[in-house]
Design a protein around this ligand. Structure first.
Ligand code: TPP
Ligand code: SF4
Ligand code: MG
Length: 351
């Protein structure tokens, strides 16, 4: 059996969102991942975020590659569009889908092997193009599905379950996304749902490429004392740059904190991302400062989490390419096939 279905009956008392849907309507099949896998906590956070955002599930397209992490879209948003692509190739399929139909909400789910090893080139270009999407990397530092080989995000010196040390420098996808031009860059921890849910909600509402690198321990192969992606290591070395609340557009905006303690960021749909500052010097609009902050903390073995960088008005691939507003499947034949005269004109212009 490759997946289990859940009973369809809902308890009548379950809380409903503005669409009259319950949290159960945002779930998928029962997970077959190892008990305690961080990926399952991320699925739960995704379910919570989409439920709270009142998003109709059929408006979402969820895409993934190959890996335990890439299996997870089966376990959430069971009524959404789904495409499980080839290992490391999710970004190009997502880009194509987004170009064809900009009317959907795109959610890419990937692993550290899927994105930082085999799929690094694809990752780079989808960030560089600022494709409008939420891209979640479920980062455990290993190839979980193929039994625990180091991935390209494993920290130098960290040890495998069998004791071998990783000799190579890690790729930090957060740092890379900043360099490549992503307009929303965050890091979360699967064990901190209070931080992760608002990060996902704001990423979904952000226009442009939104990366959330989520440290997600693999309990089967990378949750031992020598690992820097274990539950214990991240709990002991996690430093959160900010705490967030996401407030939908319709919510009244009430300032309850003293000036200087919070900062409101208005997203393109009017939603408000309210940052509660934990580190007083941290400004998520300053990319260079974010990079310096990340690097100085990494050198001390500190895992920095929270919203690290956001550019609210960066635009996206459609703006850059000046595409039509209407999804291609909604364009009339006359626009899609302009006819021989238009073709002749194009050909003439190229002579
Ligand atoms: C082209 C190709 N190469 C290799 C594999 C074998 N393979 C499947 S999943 C995987 C690694 C998955 O690691 P990651 O993306 O970190 O996901 P995790 O299982 O850790 O969540 C590999 C190497 C494959 N399926 N396809
Ligand atoms: S092998 Fe690791 S990543 Fe895969 S389901 Fe088990 S705990 Fe999760
Ligand atoms: Mg992995």
């Amino acid at each position: 059996m490759t997946y289990l279905t859940k009973p369809k009956l809902h308890h009548p008392g379950l809380p409903k969102n503005a669409l009259g849907l319950t949290r159960r309507d945002y779930e998928g099949a029962v997970s077959t991942l190892c008990a305690g896998c961080g990926h399952d906590s991320i699925s739960a956070a995704i379910i919570q975020a989409f439920f709270e955002l009142d998003i109709p599930p059929h408006r979402v397209a969820k895409l993934s590659g190959i890996g335990c992490s890439s299996k997870t879209p089966t376990y959430f948003l069971g009524q959404s569009h789904g495409f499980n692509t080839v290992h490391g190739r999710m970004p190009s399929v997502l880009t194509g889908a987004n170009l064809a139909n900009r009317g959907l909400i795109y959610l890419g789910v990937s692993g550290d092997g899927d994105s930082a090893s085999i799929g690094l080139g694809q990752f780079a270009h989808v960030m560089r193009r600022n494709v409008d999407m939420t891209y979640i990397v479920e980062n455990n530092g290993v190839y979980g599905l193929t039994k625990g080989q180091f991935s390209a995000t494993a920290d130098k010196g960290s040890r495998s379950k069998r004791g071998a040390a990783n000799d190579d420098e890690p790729i930090d996808l957060v740092m890379l996304a900043l360099t490549l031009g992503a307009s929303y860059v965050a890091r979360g921890f699967s064990g901190d749902k209070d931080q992760l849910v608002p990060l996902i909600k704001a990423a979904v509402q952000h226009k442009g490429a939104a990366l959330i690198d989520v440290v997600s321990p693999c309990v089967a192969f990378n949750n031992h004392p020598g690992s820097t992606k274990s539950y214990d290591y991240v709990r002991e070395h996690n430093e959160s740059v900010n705490r967030l609340d996401f407030m939908p557009e319709r919510a009244p905006i009430v300032t309850t904190q003293a000036p200087g303690d919070t900062r409101d960021i208005v997203l393109h749909d009017g939603g408000i991302l309210r940052l509660k500052k934990l580190d007083t010097g941290y400004d998520p609009h300053d990319k260079v400062a974010a990079m310096t902050y990340l690097e100085s903390h990494r050198a001390r073995g500190v895992v920095v989490t929270g919203l690290l960088y956001v550019a609210e008005n960066a635009g996206d691939m459609h703006d850059a390419q000046q595409t039509v507003d209407t999804p291609l499947n909604a364009l009339p034949d006359a626009d899609l096939v302009p006819g021989a005269k238009a073709l002749d004109a194009i050909n003439a212009s190229l002579r």
